[in-house]
Design a protein around this ligand. Structure first.
Ligand SMILES: O=C(O)C1=N[C@H](C(=O)O)C[C@H](O)C1
Length: 299
């Protein structure tokens, strides 16, 4: 399926990368997770984003991860993260993932030398021209300190540089402006669990969510309600998963999430440096959230 701004939408799972005890990538575990997501109804998979620990892997490991996801996805779209901050590295990764069968890439705003808004617009236009694959802009200022303003996103859409955007920020006025300027030209996907239902009710066409790695079904139900404009009902349902969301984001994602998955019976191993396992205090919070989720059979 060729992804366009019309066909990009729904719930994409920002999937963790399972690791074996020796820290190697657990390809079998990864493929089992992909199949679990798609069987639950996810529209597609986003491997090696922040949740998938892109920075922690070598070029060969990233290629193997994407190829394994594409194989397990059996035709459903796989959109790998490209979190390299420089043009040539980002292009090399994009071409690697295109060769591995990715349907598009989720490329982060350049952040070490971000440049101006015009510079970022030109960066993505040159990137798309050089990479024969659809591109989704990844905006996450809490990790990069960089934002493409709404009118820049509009210009990127009109240039044909991007088919969509993963919007990871709590800046609601900017979100509303971005939907107003570009929401009819690209698919804006929410990357913020706490605001997911609200973003969808205000025009987002789906989401890219880390906690869907363990609980895809409830996010699909929340998405369906929000898209019908039933925001109150969607937020009521979201109350059930909020304790999990609060517990897994107290330290850098995906550290707590991976620990939580083990507590919830879906072990995926640890994280790679510089991330470490969660602190005792975080672990205590994860245990409480896992017990609550079990008590209400969260899925
Ligand atoms: O990997 C991703 O894509 C996501 N990254 C965000 C983060 O790591 O902060 C969280 C989001 O849910 C998905």
């Amino acid at each position: 399926m060729t992804l366009t701004h019309d066909t990009l939408g729904g719930l994409y799972t920002a999937i963790v990368t399972p690791l074996a005890a020796d820290g190697a990538v657990d390809i079998k575990g990864l493929q089992a997770l992909v199949r679990f997501q798609l069987a639950a109804g996810a529209a597609g998979i986003v491997p090696i984003g922040g949740t998938g620990e892109y920075p922690a892997f070598s070029r060969d490991e990233r290629r193997a991860i994407v190829a394994a996801c594409v194989e397990a996805a059996d035709g459903k779209p796989v959109i790998p993260g490209v979190l390299s901050t420089g043009f040539e590295d980002a292009l090399e990764a994009g071409r690697d993932f295109a060769a591995a069968g990715a349907a598009a890439v989720m490329t982060v705003t350049p952040y070490y030398a971000p440049g101006t808004q015009d510079g970022m617009r030109a960066y993505f236009r040159r990137y798309r021209d050089a990479l024969d694959l659809p591109v989704m802009l990844y905006q996450i200022p809490r990790r990069t300190t960089v934002s493409a303003f709404a009118d820049t996103v509009q210009a990127m859409a009109e240039d044909g540089s991007i088919i969509g955007m993963k919007y990871s920020s709590y800046d609601m006025p900017d979100f509303i402006r971005t939907v107003k300027y570009a929401g009819d030209k690209i698919a804006i996907l929410s990357g913020e669990e706490p605001l997911f239902a609200t973003h969808v009710a205000l025009g987002a066409r789906g989401g890219v969510l880390a906690s869907a790695t363990i609980y895809p079904k409830i996010w699909l139900e929340i998405f369906a309600l929000a898209r019908q404009g039933k925001l109150k009902e969607a937020l009521k349902l979201q109350d059930k998963i909020d304790p999990v969301v609060d517990a897994i984001y107290v330290e850098t994602n995906p550290g707590p999430l991976k620990e939580y998955m083990a507590l919830a019976g879906m072990p995926v191993g640890g994280v790679r440096l510089p991330l470490l396992g969660p602190s005792d205090q975080t672990l205590a919070g994860l245990k409480v959230a896992a017990a609550q989720a079990k008590a209400i059979s969260l899925a």
